[in-house]
Design a protein around this ligand. Structure first.
Ligand SMILES: Cc1cc2nc3c(=O)[nH]c(=O)nc-3n(C[C@H](O)[C@H](O)[C@H](O)COP(=O)(O)OP(=O)(O)OC[C@H]3O[C@@H](n4cnc5c(N)ncnc54)[C@H](O)[C@@H]3O)c2cc1C
Length: 391
């Protein structure tokens, strides 16, 4: 008989949510993390649990609903680790991001909230005057016509949150082990019977009929090692944030753009009293995802700083305290377009072992929803379904 109901590989937000989902439904999961918990992309995050307002700008009501529902769940479930944060988007004359665009999205959101009963967090989204924008940051004033302010949920201590989930897994009867790397599968015929793990001292085997790979950026290389190459699992976009040695003067998250009101924008938010800026994305050719820390090439740090200083000139000459980086799934392995949709894939449906699953999440917000959907399919209601789950 199997020792565990499932082995969950990867101790980032996705693996933790999966193991917890199994444990709280009466199953016994074993979660294995090759480094320390949260050492992948999850701890590098800007920590904004999005409620999906951006999806309403493209009228994607289903994704708005999923994000808002999950954001509210996060706020309830992790009240000690989250707080409401106002996001501020300065608006400029003649730009695409206009007062009317945000006014329409806000109205639509209010209507959707009435229909679905999903309230918003904190203060209602609203428009403000130029004098009220930016919570004390000297953002460019030329052409500024006001700002859009909407509430989101912020996580200030992602690692603390992940450790809290690990505690809940263990309380519910699951097991969490760090510094144990899954290196092979135990197979009987074409079905999974467990995993082979390399720890500090020796090799160990754990028995389970279901193995759920939640290894983020390592998904494609692990699939290649344990099963076969599955290009759908590409993860090649580098994403990083910089913690700057500048006091954060506002509790808000303020967006700044190198060309005010247009193109790429970065959020500046408070993290432990300092300014956290992000997120910068760049295609990367080499696989940097193997070690505990993803190293960002200095040229890319410089490129981000240059862009940031064009957007926020008062940051010129600032020192960097930390660089937090991770690799994220992209659409096609080219590193240019971030994957927007979560993926859950049963290798058995692609010619691989039965009982082997890969989950590729795209956001903190929806990690719990993806976990629920995948666990339901893998353990409770097995059925052949499409791989993509959030459309
Ligand atoms: C800079 C940055 C900013 C971001 N900002 C936000 C944000 O504001 N809001 C938001 O919602 N999302 C944000 N994201 C995205 C979000 O962080 C990710 O979608 C999420 O953390 C992915 O979680 P994960 O568990 O899938 O992957 P990871 O956190 O990368 O976890 C995978 C884990 O698997 C482990 N592992 C790999 N191979 C093995 C093996 N063989 N055996 C055992 N363990 C293994 C790794 O060590 C790692 O810990 C951001 C991401 C980055 C990088």
């Amino acid at each position: 008989m199997a020792e565990f109901d499932a082995v969950v590989v990867g101790g980032g937000i996705q693996g933790l949510m999966v193991a917890w989902e199994i444990a709280r439904h009466g199953g016994r999961p074993l979660l294995l993390e090759r480094n320390a918990l949260g050492s992948g992309a999850s701890n590098a995050s800007l920590g904004i649990v999005h409620g999906g307002l951006r999806y309403l700008q493209s009228l994607d009501v289903r994704r708005w609903h999923r994000s808002r529902r999950e954001q509210l769940w996060f706020a309830r479930e992790f009240a000690a680790y989250t707080r409401s944060i106002d996001c501020v988007m300065p608006l400029y004359r003649g730009a695409f991001r206009s007062r009317s665009l945000f006014r329409t999205a806000f109205l639509l959101e209010r209507a959707m909230a009435r229909v679905t009963g999903l309230v918003t967090l904190g203060r209602k989204a609203h428009l403000v005057t130029p004098a009220e924008v930016a919570g004390g940051y000297p953002i460019p004033r030329a052409g500024l016509v006001g700002g859009a302010v909407w509430p989101e949920l912020a996580v200030d201590d992602p690692l603390g949150l992940m450790r809290n989930i690990a505690g809940r897994i263990e309380q519910a009867g699951g097991v969490v082990r760090e510094h144990e790397e899954v290196v092979a599968l135990d197979l009987v015929g074409s079905a999974v019977r467990g995993v082979v793990v390399r720890g500090a001292q020796r090799e160990t085997r754990y028995a389970a009929n279901t193995v759920m790979l939640c290894v983020g950026a390592a998904s494609r290389s692990i699939a290649r090692r344990l099963d076969r190459d599955l290009p759908a699992l590409s993860a090649r976009t580098l994403a990083f944030n910089l913690l700057l040695d500048v006091p954060a003067v506002s509790g808000q998250a303020v967006a700044v753009s190198p060309v005010p009101g247009r193109g790429r924008s970065y959020f500046l938010r408070d993290r432990g009293g300092r300014l956290l800026a992000g997120t910068y994305y760049a295609p990367i050719e080499a696989d940097l995802g193997r070690g505990a820390v993803v190293t960002v090439p200095p040229t890319l740090v410089e490129a981000f700083l240059k862009d940031l200083c064009a957007a926020a000139p008062w940051l010129k000459g600032v020192s960097i305290l930390e660089t937090w980086a991770g690799l994220l799934p992209d659409v096609d392995g080219g590193g240019k377009t971030l994957r927007a949709h979560d993926l859950v894939l049963h290798h058995g449906d692609h010619g691989g072992p039965r009982g082997l699953w890969t989950l590729l999440g795209t956001k903190l917000t929806t990690a719990h929803a993806l976990a629920g959907e995948a666990v339901n399919r893998a353990l409770f209601k097995p059925s052949r379904q499409r791989d993509q789950v959030d459309e």
